[in-house]
Design a protein around this ligand. Sequence first.
Ligand code: ADP
Ligand code: MG
Length: 787
Amino acid sequence: MVYKKRKIKVFRARKKKESIDVVIENLKKDYEKIDPSAIEKFEDFPLSAPTLKGLKENKYYVPTEIQRESIGYSLRGEDILGAAKTGSGKTLAFLIPVLELLYCNKWTRAEGLAAIIITPTRELAYQIFETLRKIGIHHDFSAGLIIGGKDLKFERKRLDQCNIMICTPGRLLQHMDENPLFDCSNMLVLVLDEADRCLDMGFESTMNGIIENLPPERQTILFSATQTKSVRDLARLSLSNPHFINVHETSEHSTPAGLVQSYMVCELHDKMSLLWSFIKNHLHHKVLVFMSSCKQIKYFYEILCKLRPGTSLLALYGTMHQTKRMAVYESFCRKSRAVLFATDIAARGLDFPAVNWVVQLDCPENANEYIHRAGRTARFQKSGEALLVLLPSEIAILDQLENKKIPIKEIKANPNKLISIQRTLEATLAKDHILKESAQRAFVAYIKSVFLMKDKSVFNVEALDTDAFARSLGLAIPPRVRFLQKWKKSREAKVKAKELEDHTLATSLNEQLNNSDYSEEEPESDHSYRKDSYKFHEDDNSEEENDELLTIKRKDHNIPEADSLEENIDLELLNDTNKKKKKPLTKAAVAKKMIKKLIKPNQKTVFDETGEAVLDGAKTKVSQLAREYENSNNFGGINIEEAKQMLREEDVFDKQLFREKVKAKHREEKRKAKEEAKRAEMEDASSSDEASVDLSWLPDPDKVYGKRDSAESDENESEHDSQSGSDVSVEESDDEEVSQLHRPSKRKLLTSNSDKKRRRIQDVDEPVDTGLSLMEDEELALQMLDS
Ligand code: ADP
Ligand code: MG
């Protein structure tokens, strides 16, 4: 019977296994028959039961356009370049095929990494991770969120068990470089969400590093609302015959249908008041405000919180602590009315539910960035509004928006509704110097951001009325913008140099025309002249050499005057062709450098108060041989024989040092023992004294011998007082004893030999040995008294 049961079990298990194989086989067969136009529900796709169940449970029944069009190709294992408007469901378009690919390959946890999903921001990675968790709940795969700002050690240990990894580029490369448990050799699929952003120059070197490490035999899926078609970008990914699926290519607009878009032209110094008025007029809305720099957001958030607008304010920017970032992200997701100030880290992919307004307080970098920012509202068949605030000098961007099929209309602010808060800001900053510094930083950060923008037809730093802008932030005195001053100076110098160069060239040409003898020195002098002018430029800035350099993380900025700034601005700013490729810093290179510069690693020098180096006897070498050995720059390796010899020499000194230490210790112990013995003796003596002074049982001498005259007693008392003072009680009791013994009446009573002796002793004031101890003496005296 038992045998029979077992047999059935085995049979069932085999049947189950076979049936999974059959299911997978059937699914794969159906992949070929997928016709997007015939798909109405997710169930019409040949998807596994766990995926369908996960979708259903999360109320995903009908696929969106991009899902319908792309999932078939993705399931067939083809490379995809997917493009669809913001909020159109691209996330599921790549998550469903990822799950199916693992399912059809019967991937188990033990088989390691199968899919890598890369996104440009941590919040987006988290959002995708959450969606995957929801729809993949009935699968048995493990997923990992690998983003910066988290515990690297924790991630390290877990990484080998991860089947689907959702990550940001920097952190992924870090694991590839540093984590021995990272193994992507078996991976099946790579997904880039917001692909154009992942592949742009900001992430260029990181992505190149990542792609180098990936196996070439893999499926690659790219999605974005503004898909890249750059051959250069795509070549890096070595796509094989990719399908370009742009579901909204033929639609009238590139932004969602439910999005109402408008722009407003506003002076820079009115922006603060405009923002405040906007918030006050939309207290019951969920608003997302984009600004260009972290420091601006920090200041705007801090100061506006102080003014208590009547709605909750939040801030999200890159330099924030990760835990705070996540808390803010989740908080804004939850809230139905709030204002979130954010940099472009919130521009891509984030699906905050029910955002009513997106305000772009600072002009976006380009039309694509505009689309992504505005796309945080009016997501998935919902409606929303977007407001773009432009400076008069920035209206050139409108042409770009038009070219991108973005419908946007001008609106004007109602001057009656604009509330100026400049005075309030001034008053607040006057009281709070920390806020004032924050305002100063915000001021400089904004100017810097405009200066660094690539498109100079839109962004003109010289068109900014910086003084008025500073005042609008509440700053009475506009802060110095050093980099701008430097830039202007260097540009002037360059113009002058150019003029002089032209002039010299013209003169030399004239001379050549006049003089038939051609002098070869001319170009050289020209060159030397340029050198001089360059030198002048260098000297000019030398005193401010240590000022902050302009460094930006994103490197896709091309500044026309960049060559004139090379002394002031980090070379990373320059465009691709000018950019000098930096060699990666390897450990070997560092070691070589150290050998060359004679740097001794792990050496600690302690200095005393006078600035002199304090030598640690235990660590510094004493013997002549050891010193010679140390100074012989033996960085290339260790000569064992020499080292042994040196250690033997050092050992002699070490032993000597040890002996001295032991001796000193013994000496100290002896000294302590002596002190202890002395103290014990003293204590014995004093305790015996104390025991001997109890004479209370004696008859009162005044009663026996009558009262002495008062003068004598006063004298004695005062004498006693002056003797005893306020000193310790042992001495006091001694004095008392002495004073009692000095009483002439009592003295008469002391008739024993020993007492006589003692009196003699006191008279001559010399210590005399009675042959008995003090206690014995006392005892004797008492006995005699008794008798
Ligand atoms: P995109 O990446 O294109 O900007 P998302 O993938 O973030 O868009 O999806 C936008 C919103 O649409 C999300 O809230 C998502 O839950 C929802 N969504 C996506 N696909 C579907 C679907 N098939 N049915 C219902 N809602 C969907
Ligand atoms: Mg998305």
